[in-house]
Each structure stands twice: as C-alpha cells, then as structure tokens.
Write a protein that binds this ligand. Structure first.
Ligand code: ZN
Length: 242
C-alpha cells in the first residue's frame, strides 16, 4: 500500500495544495495532526483534508485547543492569539470534525501519534533520548509522529537500547527497519531552515520511506496572514523555515 504521510499543515492552504499536487496517486492518506493554528486558512485546510480518500487523521495540540480539549494557556502568547482567531473563524462542522479525531491510533500495523506514542498530544521527540524512552510505548514495527516540524528518523536496532537519529533531507529514501520512529516534517511551517513544504510517501509493502520538499508561494500566504492581522513573528517564520 502506498501512503501519503503529512503533518502540521497549520492552516497553510498554499503549502497543502502544493503537496497534494506533487504527490503521486496513493492508496491512503495519513495526517498526523495540527491541521490548524499559526496560518490563515483553517477552514480551507480542514475541508481539503476531510475530503481526501482513505484518510486517517489525528488531532494535534493546536486542533485540540480550538475545540476546547487542550487549554490555551499551555501555549505562548502569540500562539494563543492565533488560536483565538482560528476559533472565531472555524465553522462549527469543521470544529466538531477536529474534536472527533484521536491523538493516537494504529493503522495497517503502524502506530500513528501526533507528538509521541507515550504522550501523543504534547511530547516532542527532539533527540535520541526522547526517542529511546518512547520505543517501549508502541508494539508495532514503526511509529509515525509529527509535532516537532522536523523530518527525522530514529532507529533502534534489535537487541540494542541505543537510538540512531538521522535527518531526512529532500528526496532521501530509507528502508524502515524495526524499530523506527519517523517524522515527515511539517507541510505548513517547517523548522529545519528550509521553508519548503515537507511530506513523505510510505510504501508499506516495501517498508520504504521517501521524503520530499516542495516550493510554494510563501509570499501569498504571508499576505493572507497580514490581512488577517496574525502575529508578525509567524509571518516571518514561514519564510525563514524557522
Ligand atoms: Zn505543529
């Protein structure tokens, strides 16, 4: 089965559309959460994702915050500002869609979690140590996560405790071995100093992971953010990729 793996769209419709235009035909789409927050197009992004065929979709911390399932006070001031704006914009049916999503699930023998299998809503897996403690929190061979906005693969070889971490550059292909935790990076707000939208394809028959980066019109998104009065730091951030 060929799967399009996306995460952390963050209400950036231009980035999402660039990914969907670039990706080949797939059998399923797995979205690892945070469809909204930070960006100017929350309804459009939720509606685009909801219509994707054979979709498995998770709820991220920002998605949870706009439907009252996560406290907004846990976010910094400017993130809260965007969450309040997003809450105001969201159509009721899009909000209830986000509220209905799980933060963690198992699909076709793969664990999917927004942050981590241990704490799916909030934990960031930013280094080998954080990955190591999470390897005991899933039973499947692989676990896919988002949340850090950083395309990376953590491998724990059989019988070893130590974890190897590797950054996934554009067009890199990796054979997923057991056990692996892998992150496709962020569609709408990458944080690895490359502003292009990140996504991955997973071939579950070949256990093959392919990483991609796609350019999109960042300035058009920045303009929509300015028009909506969203915070300047997030407007800058999508252009610098950090
Ligand atoms: Zn995110």
């Amino acid at each position: 089965m060929k799967v399009l793996v996306i995460s952390d769209i963050h209400a950036n419709l231009s980035a999402l559309n660039a990914v969907l235009d670039h990706a080949p035909a797939v059998d399923a789409v797995w979205c690892l959460g945070d469809i909204v927050g930070y960006g100017p197009d929350p309804n459009e992004c939720v509606e685009t994702i909801r219509e994707l065929p054979n979709l498995v979709s998770l709820r991220g911390n920002h998605d949870g915050a706009v439907c009252g399932l996560v406290e907004k006070s846990k976010f910094n001031y400017s993130a809260q500002e965007v969450l309040l704006w997003t809450e105001d914009q969201l159509k009721p049916n899009n909000r209830s869609y986000l509220a209905s999503l799980p933060a963690k699930t198992t699909e076709s023998g793969v664990t999917l979690a927004h942050g981590s299998p241990r704490r799916p809503v909030w934990e960031y897996i930013m280094d080998s140590h954080a990955a190591e403690v999470n390897f005991t929190h899933f039973e499947t061979d692989y676990c896919l996560v988002g949340h850090s906005h950083f395309p990376v693969l953590y491998l724990q070889r059989e019988g070893k405790k130590q974890v190897e971490a590797s950054y996934l550059g554009p067009n890199e292909k990796r054979n997923l071995l057991r056990k692996t935790i892998v992150n496709p990076g962020s569609v709408g707000q990458p944080r690895d100093h490359d502003h292009r939208a990140a996504y991955a394809l997973l071939d579950t028959d070949e256990n093959l992971w392919s990483q991609y980066r796609i350019s999109y019109d960042v300035h058009a998104v920045q303009q929509r953010m300015r028009d909506a009065g969203l915070p300047e730091n997030y407007i800058q951030r999508i252009e610098s990729g950090w």
